[in-house]
Design a binder for this molecule. Structure first.
Ligand code: FAD
Length: 439
């Protein structure tokens, strides 16, 4: 049985950053992920926003981590060579209730120490974003809000961890945990692993994973959100635009780093995980027409997300980040929703430090936080919509991509107008030749 100092369960963005953070210490670490690639769970479908920190209650862990993480985001993305756009955001409102919400968020933002936050009139907001509806009467402007591709960030963190000596075990599902002398035996679908410390980042299953070894007072209940993606060629707003309506949160429009506009909905009930809802998509389109009437709705994709909502035993919803340490050296991140992407590095460092302190380990002087993005294009273009070449696809395979989906998440194939219909077969053939050793 292979033995490690620390094991991370789950390779979403949180697990990838927990693994990278463990590499900052002198210890051996492994990440086990049930699926064929990292970042295929909650991380695969979210709003891609790097939040400023005005949404979180002053003094909460979320507020502290979000503000710190936001300030460091440019530096983090430079280290990992991941595109980041600090485009700023406008939270728009059009009635008395929305006005009160915006004013509260402004006060919370100031209490959380945000710089540049401003309540502005509808006319001023339209000067910044001419497509905004005349119905918008005021807005909360936050220049520090940004956007990042969630899976590109997670994959980069994971690649960097592997570069620093960590091990990644894909297609490996944790089945049970057995407490033993000095640690844990993790029984997995690909064999047993011994580890002295555990970081549980199992996303939607994090409560169940903790229950494999300890009681867990927190339970995850799920709901869903719908998303649509616009083609790159339309005229996009420059800022992230939130819509605060008289009856609560509306849609959010995010000009992504890839050039597409991503629109999300407010939460809805979830009959089936990751299944889109026709009524939900229609409702997004209607709200979008009301918010940005002149926007061309050139939709190329729709998808749905699953939101993990943590609840305490008495059924109350838990609003702060929920981090449990049921035993020394066992850390669970349970039901981490927004702003989990923004705070992934903060949460990873927090969990890794708990393990390192428990293991009485020193910092690793050889840790190298830098990673380079794939940048090796040639003239043989495989993905015509996105202009992605064979050489880039081969490099993504060299870095660990083993499925068409995994190639997509590393180089952006299949994300254009045809959504992969022209390139998927060729990518599958390149993968097959790699497997046969004939590439
Ligand atoms: C609709 C929506 C929008 C959001 N928008 C934003 C945003 O704009 N900005 C922001 O900051 N945050 C946002 N978030 C929050 C953010 O997306 C999450 O906090 C984050 O992605 C959670 O990542 P994770 O690693 O915990 O979970 P996941 O990505 O789900 O990863 C968990 C992994 O664990 C694996 N796993 C589970 N059980 C096992 C097992 N037994 N064995 C092995 N592996 C296992 C799963 O396969 C999965 O890959 C949003 C969330 C949602 C739902």
């Amino acid at each position: 049985m292979k033995s490690y100092d620390a094991a991370v369960i789950g390779g979403g963005v949180l697990g990838c950053f927990a693994l990278r953070s463990l590499c900052r210490y002198r210890l051996s670490a492994v990440l086990i992920e049930a699926q064929a690639d990292v970042c295929m769970g909650i991380t695969r479908a979210n709003s891609a926003i790097v939040y400023a920190g005005y949404d979180n209650k002053p003094g909460s862990l979320k507020a502290r981590m979000c503000v710190r993480a936001n300030r460091r985001f440019h530096e983090l993305c430079s280290e990992l060579d991941v595109p980041f756009s600090r485009c700023g955001s406008l939270m728009t409102g059009c009635g008395e209730k929305a006005k009160a919400v915006l004013e509260k968020k402004y006060r919370d933002g100031i209490a959380n120490g945000l710089e540049g936050l401003a309540l502005i009139s509808g006319d001023k907001a339209r000067k910044m974003e001419p497509m905004l509806s005349r119905d918008v009467k005021m807005a909360l402007y936050a220049p520090m809000t940004g956007t990042v591709n969630p899976w590109r960030l997670g994959i980069a963190a994971c690649e960097n961890a592997v570069h620093n000596g960590a091990e990644l075990r894909l297609n490996t599902k944790l089945l049970t945990i057995e407490k033993t002398e000095g640690g844990y035996v993790l029984r997995t679908s690909t064999g047993d692993i011994f580890c002295k410390a555990v970081i549980n980042c199992a996303g939607l299953s994090a409560d169940m994973v903790q229950r494999m070894a300890f009681p867990c007072a927190v339970s995850i209940e799920t709901d869903a959100a719908d998303f649509i993606v616009m083609d790159k060629d339309i005229d996009n707003p420059a800022h992230i635009i939130f819509q605060e309506k008289e009856n609560g949160k509306g849609i959010t429009a995010v000009p992504c780093t890839e050039g597409n506009l991503l629109i999300d909905s407010a939460p809805r009930a979830m009959p089936r995980p990751f299944a889109t809802d026709a009524a939900g998509i229609d409702s997004i389109k209607k709200q979008l027409t009301a918010l940005l009437p002149e926007l061309e709705q050139d939709i190329i994709r729709a998808f749905a997300a699953v939101r993990p909502n943590p609840h305490s035993e008495d059924g109350r919803s838990i609003n702060d980040f929920c981090i449990e340490t049921p035993a020394p050296g066992f850390v669970s991140l349970i039901g981490i929703k927004t702003p989990g992407l923004t705070c992934a590095e903060e949460l990873g460092r927090y969990a890794a430090k708990i393990c390192a302190d428990y293991l009485n380990t020193e910092e690793n002087p050889h840790f190298d936080g830098r990673r380079k993005a794939i940048n090796c294009a040639d003239d043989d273009i495989v993905c015509l919509c996105q202009g992605i070449s064979r050489a880039e696809i081969i490099e993504s395979i060299r870095r660990g991509a083993r499925t068409v989906e995994a190639v997509k998440r590393r180089v952006g194939t299949g994300m254009g107008r045809c959504q992969g219909s022209r390139c998927e077969v060729r990518i599958a053939q390149i993968l097959e030749r790699y497997r046969n050793g004939t590439l």
